[in-house]
Design a protein around this ligand. Structure first.
Ligand SMILES: [Zn+2]
Length: 443
């Protein structure tokens, strides 16, 4: 019919076969008996060290002294130097690439706008494997009857694209609403939730709170007038109090997922609401970020990640900058992967009189006392000022409670003052990644 058309279904079939192979690989690994899986992890780690140091121009140079890890004893693992976020930035865009560009199907960047971006790239196999891994966990709580609104930015970063494809694998109905778009502003999102009977909302925890406010302003009661029964939080660390607030506002179950552009998914929830480390994707360590000493279970420290079987952008002992605690307690869901708690970024703290206070710990007190959805933090001359976006009546009720609780917990004298609700909400509404950092005045 048309001799110039070269598109052939054999290419499509080959592509589909590769996809099925990648999905079967995930199935194979997840069905391994525990002992076999432990051996697989060790083997994968050694294989990954070799592959990375021999194929990534960056690591070839950085880890020259390890001679390609040809005969390496894993007991020496802690002697391998860390990889810093700044090194990935310095090597923008392709300095970290360890595969042929022909094999890369996804190019993405971190969405931060403050400085040089972090680039990331995946081969078809690792992209599909990540989709299938996420699908496997989502499958624990979603069915094909679920109607899922994905309110995470689709541009550049992978998280929304990845979740989107994972949901498709499960046959859910997906509404790709994105975030901060002129096509789908918050009011239209709320109307969609109502009209299309959305059951699951995926967004950052702060956006989930903000959207409940928009719903109220539109005359709805978010705890009663919608079909949303699951809120899946991504892209932002949250205190337990904030998670509980989302549960209450939407009258829904909450789940959290964890990952970053340069690593893709690292943590997924289970039906018991715990977060499991995705041990098929990386080898995890937790260290004291000052002394670099390894930390045992149940202690918060910086999460260090070494990717397993990654071809595009493999990382070795990457300092994530995230504050994480790996738990010793086994989860009752039956999954043997370790569970963890994520407590935000290491540098998300304020300093008062040379002492660091992680913001999420302060948030636990402020939101934990109830009645407060938004707050601001400001340090002026070594003194903490907390702004509360509450009605005059509520402010009167909680302000003394907060002062007392800070005194009792941290022996800190704090000043509490009212902040205009509209001002903070406006900042959150216009933030690409709304989180408490968007409304930090300083610190
Ligand atoms: Zn579990």
């Amino acid at each position: 019919m048309n001799d110039s058309l070269k598109f052939s279904t054999s290419n499509v079939q080959k592509g589909l076969e590769n996809r099925i192979e990648a999905i079967k690989n995930v199935e194979r690994i997840y069905n391994m008996p525990e002992k076999v899986f432990e051996e697989w992890k060790t083997e994968s780690l050694l294989k990954s060290l070799k592959y990375t140091s021999q194929n990534s121009a960056f690591y070839k140079k950085k880890l020259e002294a390890f001679s390609g890890f040809e005969s390496f004893d894993l007991h020496e693992f802690s002697k391998i130097p860390f990889t810093l976020r700044s090194e990935i930035k310095e090597n923008y865009p392709f300095g970290m690439l360890a595969a042929s560009m022909d094999d890369i199907v996804r190019y993405g960047e971190s969405t931060g706008t403050s400085d040089k971006p972090i680039a990331s790239y995946y081969t078809l196999g690792e992209w599909i494997e990540n989709n299938a891994t996420v699908a496997l966990f989502l499958n624990e709580v979603l069915t094909k009857q679920d109607i899922v609104a994905v309110a995470v930015p689709y541009e550049l970063a992978f998280v929304a694209q990845d979740i989107d494809r994972s949901l498709e694998m499960l046959n859910c109905t997906i509404i790709s609403i994105g975030a901060l778009t002129r096509i789908c502003p918050p009011e239209r999102m709320i109307q969609l939730f109502k009209d299309i009977k959305v059951t699951t909302l995926i967004c950052s925890v702060t956006r989930a709170i903000y959207l409940s406010d928009v719903a109220i302003e539109m005359g709805f009661d978010p705890s009663k007038d919608f079909s949303i029964n699951k809120v899946m939080c991504v892209g932002e660390g949250m205190s337990k109090a904030k998670e509980a607030l989302v549960r209450k506002l939407w009258n829904a179950e909450t789940y959290s997922m964890y990952g970053m552009t340069e690593t893709n998914t690292l943590g997924m929830f289970c039906k018991e609401h715990n977060q499991h480390l995705v041990e098929t994707k990386a080898h995890f360590e937790v260290i004291d970020s000052v002394t670099y000493e390894p930390l045992g279970y149940d202690t918060f420290g910086e999460l260090i990640v070494t990717s397993l079987n990654t071809k595009g952008i493999p990382l070795i002992r990457y300092r994530t900058g995230d504050l994480v605690k790996i738990k010793s307690e086994k989860c009752s869901c039956g999954l043997t992967f370790k569970t963890f708690e994520h407590s935000g970024r290491l540098d998300d703290h304020i300093i008062i009189k040379n002492k660091k206070y992680p913001i999420l710990q302060l948030e636990q007190i402020i939101i934990g006392l109830g009645d407060t959805n938004y707050y601001t933090l400001e340090v002026v001359e070594d003194s903490l000022k907390i702004g509360l976006c509450n009605s005059a009546e509520v402010f009167k009720k909680v302000n003394q409670q907060i002062i007392n609780k800070f005194k009792e917990t941290y022996n800190l004298s704090v000043t509490v003052f009212p902040v205009e609700n509209a001002k903070v909400k406006d900042i959150i509404r216009n933030s690409l990644k709304p989180c408490i950092k968007s409304v930090l005045v300083n610190g």
